[in-house]
Design a protein around this ligand. Sequence first.
Ligand code: URA
Length: 236
Amino acid sequence: MAFKTTRLDRFIARSSGFSIADTRLLIAQQRIIVDGLPAESAQQRVTAFTQVMLNGKALNDTKAVYLMLNKPQGVVSATKDPKHATVLDLIQHPAKESLHIVGRLDFNSTGLLLLTNDGAWSRKISLPETKLRKTYEVTVSTPMNEAYISAFQSGIYFGYEDLMTQPAELEIVSPFTARLSLVEGRYHQVKRMFGHFQNKVLALHRVSVGSLTLGGLELGDSRLLTRRELERVGLD
Ligand code: URA
């Protein structure tokens, strides 16, 4: 389970200002309702998305939201920007102000971008150990050759971080186009990997993240992830 859990008595004390002792009394008096049922004990575990009511009033009403957007070019992967439209401007969901971005795409990159208000989930799927595979369609300015495939497989040295990139799979589709599959998401990673060959990335489109794919989602459109998709990507 990706959600961070907290003991019910601590959670109530934090969100209501009652002392822990008073909180336990409220639970014993059955005045605390957790997801529609009287609280069982002070040790019961709850998350930020559990509905906890005291005297009929919700102490928290945060609902987890998980969205995918097909990001168009010319939109910033940020929630605020002084100059440009942001990905948030493209989203209609009522809780959109609570969302953050999971694995940004550059201004001119397009494709699958995830947004959520569940910090534990986004941290989990962004962890290097999770090795969630991201696949991109890439168009470059000079023809590629077989040397790219073995170099990307062996790893490219990134001087700034002083590391070798994880093995990446490159499938050359035509001299100027390829599909690249990575398990990490470093700053401008794809551009820097092609930069190793002094080859400029002209277009970059993310087609999948783990088992999530855009399907028929049009550029600029967004939709909620389904429960089944969430189960497959770090929420079980
Ligand atoms: N790598 C890049 O260089 N840019 C992106 O937008 C995504 C991955």
